[in-house]
Design a protein around this ligand. Sequence first.
Ligand SMILES: [Zn+2]
Length: 478
Amino acid sequence: MSEQEGITVKKSDDFSEWYTQVVQRAELADYAPVQGCMIIRPNGYALWENMQKTLDQEFKKLGVRNAYFPQFIPESFLKKEAEHFQGFVPECAWVTIGGNTELGEKLAIRPTSETIIYSMFSKWIRSWRDLPLKINQWCNIVRWESATKFFVRTTEFLWQEGHTAHTTKEEADKMMMDILKTYQRFIEDYLAIPVLTGKKTDKEKFAGALTTTTLEAFMPDGKAIQMGTSHNLGQNFSKVFDMKFLDKSEKEKFVWNTSWGVSTRMVGALIMAHGDDKGLVMPPKIAHTHAVIIPIFYKTTEKKKVLKKAKDVKKKLENLKVILDDRTEYTPGWKFNEWELKGIPLRIEIGPKDIKKKQVVVVRRDNGKKITIKESQLTKKISRLLEEIQKSLYRKARKLLKDNIRTVKNYEEFKKVINEKKGFIRACWCGNESCEEKIKDETGATIRTIPLKREKIFSNCICCGKKAKEVVYFAKAY
Ligand SMILES: [Zn+2]
């Protein structure tokens, strides 16, 4: 590995090629021998692990417990809820043979687990005392895809799916919203990606849901990406899976369900949102490594002294995730490039001059700025720098989002913006699916979200010109 493979295209010139290069050269993921699939390498998996860790704690605060269900789902289960079946069948992978035996009933490899989980809920729920029931599982999902886009679109991916049952619609609505807020906090605070939240239209909602809420982020190529969804499933599944409970007056009632999920797609969004021409940029709160120490010496007489100091510095920063790159087969310059490509938030350089001056030189990955820090202030200053980087990445992404929300009042303008600038378009809509479909067919843009807090109508429907019902946000999306 003497020849270093950096990023050879600019993010602003060829976004798609830039993304593929960052993913592969920062060793986040690789193509799998199976079409449509990817391999998540340790650098990418470490990001997912940190996301899991943080979210798992948040779910537990809401009284959610983890469990595990089989990945094989009988066809008859999927068929029980008609909309759900129609929504998922086009992308299902099926098992028809086990060993040498042809199966009596086809088994789908889970595209989502509502049906198998609710078949068990119906056994476990008897009375109001068993509710609410809040289950989550971390697992893999298969949805057949012909095209591969690392982390964003693959046949198999990793996610969490939460499934809950409640006594009332209000309780289910609250659960759906609690999760939406939890996701939003996580995505904004940890991934440093601002999101628009709101409801999906009937056309865009989850197959079988009453209400779908969503978190939509802006990617620097002008497209939107759905970061997660949280649904109130109403009683659609409880009626077909017979999930009933006896209420306090001994009356039999159907439960209200929610389901919600986020996936490894968030890793893709993080790469796209913050990466630059040198490679990945990791927000410190989700990074697997906060800083890399690089000892710099040119004479062997300096080596011992510099390495000793580097180890001392690492020891002082033991409350952070710090690595010491003391490999001697690579030059400092080579190492700088490698860790920049891999997105480590801070680089700490230590050379003989720095030792004399009792200082270290720190370089920020996000803006390339060099800062000299006195050894005596090391711990405090490094922690502060990491906080600053986290905030600064968020601010930058928020400005980009704001600059890319454009309000338009007529369809001509709409088409011009979607073709030339992309981003989110804020426009008024009559609420009819025919207009929604026409806009999608003609421009490729879909309604990403209807804000939860209704915004004031400022024009007629962008498409048909009739009276508008909602202010909505359109975009082309991943
Ligand atoms: Zn209309």
